[in-house]
Design a protein around this ligand. Structure first.
Ligand code: NAD
Length: 373
């Protein structure tokens, strides 16, 4: 394909504001030609801001547009299956926001349909395209820290900042429902990113997971699946990862996006990598008292320490990079990342986590997850 890839976006909710700019100013070899949402007011805002000619309230009509080569699907997870099946049938390449599906059988139907119709299909998981995480994978693949033996992923949310990046209540509503998200905004929805990067940093198969979950009520009312702690046990039982997450009313979270921040440490057999900051920046303005400057820090097999704090740490860049991967793969006629089989494995980890909570924090083998939690 030589021409610019003609893109249609389905779903113009909260997260679309980090997808849309990629097609405006970031030199992608693509053109945003159509948008669709069931909310007419949102369509008007977006089509004016991004100068999009064609607008639809019915995604099936957008899919019939012969001018469109590929779609980005940015709707809640429980709507993904019919949208992917119909997009595949309409011969559109598909980039699907995470969480791709509510069950493995849904995922399998998507994989079969996209294969049958010969279209490219990938899951949009932007954390793998966050520059410090990309650099960490480069170091791991170069053997700078040796084989990974442990990953610790810490995440904090600050209640004070929940309103900074305006997230409408309806964007939260489906996340706390059983049908839309197994009542798991942390473990199932946001967790998809964490399962994804943790499995990538571990760089070896995960055998089982164990989740402990406490209880937190936001503003004393809405029950959230926090605090929680997840252990990822590798096939090689000497190796493991943890993901700890909690919400603290006192944290003055600096964030242009969601009111949370992450800190990762990766230990290899010979060295280690530390990555403070990602979505937000809790330690911004802490000066000399900050426990880590945003960027990436590492110690190699000779005990030498390095850092790259000039690296781009804007979370939005992970979105642009992730969109670029999709567009480039279409031009180069190759499979874009995250590929469907890998995406299915990440989904299986999330489903196993939910089952662990529902089984009183039992250890769950991934192979025992055949479909739903
Ligand atoms: N990568 C990330 O960091 C990240 C962050 C947030 C959300 N997400 C994912 O993106 C997806 C959307 O999340 P969100 O926060 O933007 O949700 P949201 O609720 O803010 O937006 C969903 C949008 O879809 C529209 N919609 C619903 N049904 C539709 C239909 N049948 N046809 C057309 N439009 C329809 C709604 O009107 C709304 O505008 C979810 O799968 C979520 O997990 C990913």
């Amino acid at each position: 394909m030589v021409d610019k890839v003609k893109i249609g976006i389905i779903g113009l909710g909260r997260i679309s504001s980090l997808h849309l700019p990629a097609y405006k100013e970031n030199g992608l070899d693509a053109e945003l030609v159509a948008v669709c949402d069931s909310n007419k007011k949102r369509i008007k805002e977006v089509s004016q801001e991004y100068n999009v000619e064609k607008t639809y309230t019915d995604y099936e009509e957008l899919l019939q547009d012969p001018n469109i080569d590929a779609v980005e699907i940015l709707t809640p997870h429980q709507l993904h299956l019919p949208m992917v099946l119909k997009a595949a049938q309409a011969k559109k390449h598909i980039s699907l926001q995470k969480v791709p599906a509510m069950s493995l059988s849904e995922m399998d139907q998507m994989i079969a349909a996209t294969k049958k119709h010969g279209v490219k299909f990938r899951v949009f998981e932007n954390f793998r395209f966050y520059p410090p995480y990309q650099k960490a994978m480069e170091l791991i693949n170069q053997g700078v820290i040796g084989k990974t033996i442990r990953v610790d992923y810490q995440m904090w949310s600050g209640l004070e900042t929940l309103s900074q990046w305006d997230v409408p209540l309806k964007s939260w509503a489906w996340r706390i429902s059983e049908k839309g998200n197994y009542k798991s905004p942390t473990l199932f929805d946001d967790g998809y990113h964490k399962h994804s990067v943790i499995s990538q940093f571990l760089n070896q198969p995960i055998k089982s997971v164990i989740v402990w979950q406490g209880e937190k009520r936001i503003k004393g009312t809405v029950k959230w699946d926090l605090p929680s702690s997840m252990i990822y046990v590798c096939k090689n039982k000497a190796n493991f990862a943890t993901w700890n997450t909690s919400l603290h009313d006192f944290i003055p979270m600096h964030s242009k996006y969601y009111g949370c921040d992450e800190y990762v440490s990766i230990f290899g057999e010979k060295g280690a990598i530390y990555i403070p900051g990602c979505t937000g920046s809790w330690f911004k303005d802490c000066g000399a008292y900050a426990p880590g400057q945003a960027g990436i820090h590492w110690q190699d097999e000779n005990g030498h320490r390095f850092k790259d704090t000039d690296i781009d740490t804007d979370w939005q860049t992970s979105f642009t990079n992730c969109s670029r991967e999709f567009i480039n793969a279409i031009h180069e006629d190759r499979q874009p990342e995250v590929n469907p089989q890998e995406a299915r494995y990440i989904l299986q980890i999330g489903l196993a986590g939910i089952r662990s909570v529902r089984n009183n924090f039992q250890e769950i083998n991934l192979k025992d997850i055949k479909d739903k939690p």
